[in-house]
Unconditional design. Structure first.
Length: 146
C-alpha cells in the first residue's frame, strides 16, 4: 500500500470533507456514496453496494443500542439484494480488502481526524462500518447529514 503524501493532496481533510459533505445538508445516501468513492471503493463491486446499504441501515437505526451486523444488518442487506448473509459478509470483506490494497482507505483517518485505519492491516467489516456511522452521526448533530 502506497502512502505518498504528494498523491494525497486531494485527500487532505478540508478538501475531502468539502467533497463528501458539500455546502449544505445532504442525504445520508449521497454522503455514503461520495465517501466510499473518495476512499477508493470500486462502485462496480457488489460489496461496495452492500457496504453502502449497510451504512445507511445502521445510520437509520440510530436509536438501537446493539445493532448487530450478523443478526440485523447483513440479513436486511441480503434480503434487499436477494442474496445470502454469508455472501454479503464476504463481499463486504473482500471490497474492504481491495480498497485497503489499492484505494485510499487511509484517508478515513484524515476525514475523521482519528486513527481508525492502520497501515498494517485492513479494518474488519464491523470496525469500518462503526467508524463511518459514528462519523455520520456526528455530522447529523452538526446538521450536515439527514
Amino acid at each position: 500500500m502506497k502512502d505518498d503524501s504528494s498523491d494525497r493532496k486531494f485527500l487532505q481533510h478540508d478538501f475531502l470533507y468539502k467533497f463528501i459533505i458539500g455546502d449544505g445538508t445532504s442525504d445520508v445516501n449521497d454522503v455514503a456514496e461520495r465517501l466510499l468513492f473518495a476512499l477508493g471503493f470500486k462502485s462496480k463491486l457488489i460489496g461496495t453496494q452492500y457496504l453502502k446499504e449497510a451504512i445507511v441501515l445502521r445510520f437509520e437505526m440510530n436509536g438501537m443500542v446493539h445493532t448487530g451486523l450478523t443478526s440485523i444488518i447483513y440479513p436486511a442487506v441480503a434480503q434487499k439484494f436477494d442474496s445470502t448473509v454469508n455472501r454479503v459478509e464476504r463481499a463486504i470483506r473482500n471490497t474492504i480488502n481491495d480498497c485497503f490494497d489499492i484505494g485510499n482507505l487511509m484517508a478515513l483517518n484524515d476525514l475523521t481526524l482519528c486513527k481508525i485505519v492502520s497501515s498494517a492491516y485492513p479494518p474488519t467489516n464491523g470496525e469500518l462500518l462503526s467508524s463511518i456511522v459514528s462519523w455520520l452521526q456526528i455530522e447529523r448533530q452538526l446538521h450536515h447529514v439527514r
